[in-house]
Ligand binder design. Sequence first.
Ligand code: PLP
Ligand code: TYF
Length: 398
Amino acid sequence: HWSQFPMAPPDPIIGLTEAYLKDDFPDKVNVGVGAYRCDQGMPFVLPVVREAENELVAEELDHEYSGIAGCPNFVDVALKFAYGDDCVPLKENRVAGVQTLSGTGGLRVFGEVLHQFGHKHIYVPNPTWGNHIPIFTNAGLEVRKYRYYDNATSNLDFNGLLDDLQAIPEGSCVLLHACAHNPTGMDPTMEQWKQISNVAKERNLLPFFDCAYQGFASGDARKDAAALRMFVEDGHNIALVQSFSKNFGLYGQRVGALSVVADTPDEAKRVLSQLKVHIRPSYSNPPRHGARIVSKILSSEKKTDEFVEQCMGMAKRIDSMRIKLRNTLEELGSSRSWEHVTKQIGMFAYSGMSKDEVVALREKHHIYCTLDGRISMAGVTSKNVEYIAKAIHDVTEG
Ligand code: PLP
Ligand code: TYF
């Protein structure tokens, strides 16, 4: 019967790595998937992660199952990392939290729970991380978009965003990128977040934060959760998904958390019970190793400081590559403005290249980035930045 199966297209992001690996051009460049590379182009393991891992090996822990909700200490420190130590709902024990299969797994679990409790749709920014759409569609939700970015000016379309949020059905769930928006690299200012919070109040919206880059926005991981903390202080019962893939460099370990703020401890317990009901028949319980690493780091003030410093190091290297890429394009005499490349934050440059230009970049220069023109700056290095700039110049001016 498998002969009846049509061939599915490759994933728009992961498929790029597959194509890149097959390419035998010596100077090929993978700036598709958002995975940090050191300046030598190699994967980077944070020294504090190595240190925690070595300590864990020495402890000779067992490999028993976790509970359905994962490692309780991990959930505890992960939530404090995002919400802050002084968060009132955390202190009042009214936040339901579970360990998830990284950000992706948390988004899916919450999407399913929303659907089960009567939500028919969810609003996501336009554009958003490509995988948001199939994640929520597969959870049974209709995915609707609110305006976010103005391609013409390479800027946030804040008026469009507010107008759209004001017009959506009351009680809807709205997905917000907590910081370092993927793919545009443009976040609202704190004043703009306040206005979003006010509209969410007026319209009784459910703010659902996707926090995948805590540490890549301001450079200080502890400050990057400012927007979601403000929403909690404003009295919103937010939901939050955290990924530890990028900031801790734990991509393949699948470390994440899902949490939901409730009005009372009893309500939080009921929400937790429903999250567990969804997880048990899905994957039963999450993996332990990565959660133990994060738990060890965030349980120690010294290791947390080291983590913040090392994460900042990654963000700074990316920033230096933004400057180098923009300067080189300007030196080459580009007729386009590349100012947005240094204005944007996080892992990506939303370059403004057209689909045809992206395809030419791939076919002519063996540089792989997504069709929307998103370049993973985390894959740009001192060695390939000039090659990339010259190739972009060629396909945009040619
Ligand atoms: N959300 C956003 C906005 C992302 O960019 C990513 C990864 O690129 C994720 C969630 C999920 O990543 P992971 O499943 O590795 O945590
Ligand atoms: O680069 C991006 O936007 C992501 C990265 O399981 C990614 O798609 C890759 C694998 C994965 C989750 C996220």
